[in-house]
Design a protein around this ligand. Structure first.
Ligand SMILES: Nc1ncnc2c1ncn2[C@@H]1O[C@H](COP(=O)(O)OP(=O)(O)OP(=O)(O)O)[C@@H](O)[C@H]1O
Length: 581
């Protein structure tokens, strides 16, 4: 019993990819039936030849010839229609897989990125390569292959010698295919991996075009890309060279066997043991029997690439399992509690945060200050649920953040990161967090962030397109639109990481007014920043140093202690904060 339990425990988990593949099973059976029907219909040409040569040519019956021709035309017409339907089905299957799994892999890639994986959008590219293979003619080989024996048996029925020739050549071609796979497998995998590395370099170069151009980094970036690309190309070449001889032998076998079947057929005709119709029909049958084998050889490369991509897709889901759907929690009041929170980056043992404990309550502004690299941004990430503590707990109204469904939690959170990234789309889309929204909610958020007038000054107001194909916003403008996005629908928790880094005096005044308003809405506000305007609004101040809470308390009390410490030769940055307040 224990053994059975143990072995079932080792069973790999069924991923969403497995589930999607299982859901395709009925379509695969339909395709197999189409394969059977198409292959049966493809018997029409050899049968036609057999009848024309052995009957019509002997009897001279024109009606029979017309009837046979009409029947063959009918069979081939149905074949054509089946083939078109089959292509349409595989195209739909590919699109269905993409539609089902695309969102899964996009969500998975986002979570993988948060966990420190730099794979980017590779899973979506892998999915694309699987889809491309499914919609390619090479995929049909799977459904034509099983019917090869029918043609081999029919060849045998015409004459055992022809059957032996067909079986021997099919086995030989299949063995050449296996040998081809064997010799090209490793270089194909190596080429795929290097290609991914090269694409990453290229994407980073293009993404950072301004820095690359301004500081003349292009040759260095091109050299980096080239080094990965050259490895990919040489691995590809190795695969091609290794496979070339086998492909040459395959072609020789394929063409020679076709002639040899006619040769053997002619010999058998001369011996009187085969009709001339049988000779032609056997040649067509042989061609038909070897077509899938030949097709498999032709589609081998794209099949190998799709298989490598499929394995990577499977590994990606196993490494980053689906998030469980959790019980929906009631909308929070906004009490944030941290208890002994420590955090180390994924794959690292060095703690960035050490035993951080404090509580923030609704209607309160908590300003977080401290020297650079003290862990302020990391604390923000933990508070908004982007990162999970290595130990300790972060609770919102008593529930641990990880007990929330991420999307539901997100509705109660407003987050303005240090580097504000806006998405390609309109200002309105960005404020509405890229979802459908009523005009009132968008304008209300902009007004709350005191960004309404700034938006009005843009060429198309709220409908101004930014990002790709649109206008470019300044750092300060981005920060203020980002603030409007953060306060959209007045979330309970608002975390602003250096929100005034790029703001001018009027921007700062707008930010202060916005914070004041959010406070009146009873939001819990945590703001990282040393500027006087931020400190002035704070109810309490938290000083972070080397990942620890150095000081926390009411603003004036903390400032008094900092001033005292500064006069006793404190850290320059804390002294700055003290002086500026
Ligand atoms: N994902 C990560 N992997 C490794 N180290 C990290 C990671 N994120 C942050 N760190 C390290 O944690 C420390 C704290 O970083 P953090 O960005 O939280 O500091 P900060 O107080 O916000 O600094 P600043 O005021 O300069 O923005 C730094 O030494 C940083 O290198």
């Amino acid at each position: 019993m224990a053994l059975i339990e143990g072995s079932s425990f080792r069973q790999p988990r069924r991923t969403q990819l497995d589930q999607a593949v299982a859901a395709c099973r009925s379509t695969a059976w339909v395709l197999a039936l189409f394969g059977l029907a198409s292959n049966v219909l493809m018997l029409a040409p050899p049968l036609y030849m057999l009848q024309v040569y052995d009957r019509v040519m002997v009897s001279g019956a024109i009606e029979t010839l017309i009837m046979l021709t009409a029947m063959t035309a009918g069979a081939l017409l149905v074949f054509g229609l089946l083939d078109a339907t089959r292509s349409a089905i595989t195209a739909r299957l590919g699109s269905w897989l993409m539609a089902q799994l695309g969102p899964v892999y996009l969500a998975n890639s986002v979570r993988a990125r948060l966990a420190g994986d730099g794979g980017g959008a590779q899973p979506l590219r892998d999915l694309q390569s699987v889809q491309t293979f499914i919609t390619s003619p090479g995929f049909n080989v799977f459904f034509d292959g099983p019917w090869v024996p029918i043609f081999l048996i029919l060849g045998w029925l015409l004459h055992p010698w022809l059957g032996v020739l067909a079986i021997a050549s099919a086995v030989l071609l299949f063995s050449l295919g296996v040998a081809n796979e064997y010799v090209t497998r490793k270089p194909t995998i190596a080429s795929s991996l290097s290609q991914i590395a090269a694409t990453k370099h290229a994407e980073a170069t293009i993404r950072n075009a301004e820095v690359v151009r301004a500081m003349g980094m292009l040759p260095a970036m091109i050299a980096l890309w080239q080094s990965s690309n050259e490895v990919a190309l040489s691995a590809q070449q190795r695969a091609a060279e290794r496979g070339a001889l086998l492909l040459g032998i395959t072609k020789f076998v394929r063409y020679f066997v076709q002639s040899a079947s006619l040769g053997i057929g002619a010999y058998l005709v001369l011996q009187g043991s085969l009709s001339s119709g049988g000779m032609i029909a056997s040649s067509i049958l042989l061609g038909r029997a070897l077509a899938p084998v030949e097709g498999a050889m032709g589609a081998w490369r794209s099949f190998s690439m799709a298989r490598i991509a499929y394995r990577r897709l499977q590994a990606q889901l196993r490494a980053m399992p689906e998030e469980p759907v959790r019980t929906r929690l009631p909308a929070p009041e906004g009490v944030l509690t941290l208890r002994n929170v420590s955090f180390a980056a994924p794959g690292s043992r060095v703690p960035i945060l050490r035993s951080v404990s404090f509580e923030a309550v609704p209607g309160e502004v908590l300003a977080v200050i401290g020297p650079s690299a003290g862990g302020k941004s990391t604390l923000c990430r933990l508070l908004v649920g982007i990162a999970e503590p290595s130990s300790g707990e972060v609770r919102l109204d008593g529930s641990e953040l990880r007990h929330w469904n991420a999307e539901e939690l997100g509705q109660h959170i407003g987050y303005l990161p240090q580097d504000v990234e806006l998405f390609s789309g309109t200002i309105r889309d960005n404020i509405a967090r890229m979802s459908e929204a009523e005009d009132e909610a968008v304008v209300e958020a902009a007004m709350l962030a005191h960004a309404h007038e700034l938006i009005q000054r843009l060429p198309q107001g709220y409908d101004t397109v930014i990002g790709e194909g649109g206008i470019r916003l300044s750092g300060g403008q981005r920060q203020r639109i980002g603030l409007a996005r953060a306060v959209y629908r007045i979330p309970r928790i608002i975390v602003l990481d250096e929100p005034n880094a790029n703001l001018d005096t009027s921007g700062e005044a707008a930010l202060s007014a916005a914070i004041d308003e959010m406070k009146r809405h009873h939001c819990t506000l945590l703001i990282v920043g040393h500027r006087p305007s931020t400190i002035a609004l704070a109810d309490r101040i938290l000083l972070m140093k080397e990942g620890r809470v150095e000081l926390i308390g009411p603003r004036d009390e903390v400032l008094k202690r900092l001033r005292k410490a500064s006069s006793d030769k404190a850290q320059p940055q804390d002294a700055d904060a003290a002086r500026s307040a």
